[in-house]
Design a protein around this ligand. Sequence first.
Ligand code: FES
Ligand SMILES: [Fe+2]
Length: 362
Amino acid sequence: MAGPVTTGWEWSAESLAAVGLARLGALYTDAAFADLERERVFWSSWVLVAAAEEVRPGSALAVDLAGASVAIWRRPTGELAAFHNLCPHRGIPLIGLPGPVGRFVTCPYHQWSFDLDGRLARISQPEEFPHADRTAIRLRPVAVVEWHGLVFACLAEPAPDFSSVVAPLEKRIAAHLTAPWVEVTRRDYMLACNWKLLVENHVDVYHLWYLHQRSLSGYRHEEFRWEWQGETWWSWEPARHPTPPGPGGARPVGRHPEGIGAHLVFPNLMVVTTGDFLATYDARPQGPDRTAVTLRIRSTPDADPDTLVGSIRAFLDEDIVACESLQRTVGSPVFGVGPTARSHEAPVLQFHQLLRQKLNSP
Ligand code: FES
Ligand SMILES: [Fe+2]
């Protein structure tokens, strides 16, 4: 169907054409664009892949980073190491299910072994490989960092400096990050929408009054404050009535006991902070119209997981309904985005600007 090119979020017809798209809605439906995004956005950014608790000393974990399998384990010193999870012999995954690792990791296919630094330690039937340069055979490293109980990985070589990426947010939510909290629960969801719709929704201030008119009525949206700095977004709004201390009682100085914070680490990590917890949920694309999300909540060890999950799902469920129904209209030939609220939707424009930047720098 021919018709006017529909645009929005400051995507011009030219900038859409530069990434192979004819209209705005294809950002959310086009499979080739989803591949481009995977390579240029997800494979070049720091992405949350696990909680620190998931990688115990002496254990290994395989995680999916936008279609690339990454193996993570701890060296005896406790330090994390990460490698592409494929054997340099024939490419089979080295680590399948989470499991123990000793001094070596052994490939299940032909039993080559690697030390925990990724160096080849043993080839089975070495006489069969008279010309192999054993020093050149090694696992391909992946950059990994542990950040206040969260594990991030980055496939870019070299990876950008992680601490400068998160520094602006780290300063803002330092008390939450350094609180003596543990992961009290982790829940997995599969949503029928493009990952960007969830991120746009997360940084959209405008819908708080309307979509969440009941679930978030306890906060003063008119006092909402936010700040984009580099690749992170920070926001906070005060509660109408101060809430009593949560499980565990005392709160560290500097925490915001009377409000709620919503934050983003570009591209896909959404963070929520209150006086009682720090929650993360990441939008991991599984194709243009499906997104896997893992909700992780850090709080005091005695906190009730169901109560914490319930307090988030009260508004998150409303967001999911909105995003999944939007997914049903982005395929329309006339889908576009109209004028945007100058302050309350400005963070969404910032998100798209960053996205364009990443897409344009292969
Ligand atoms: S594929 Fe790993 S040893 Fe052959
Ligand atoms: Fe929302």
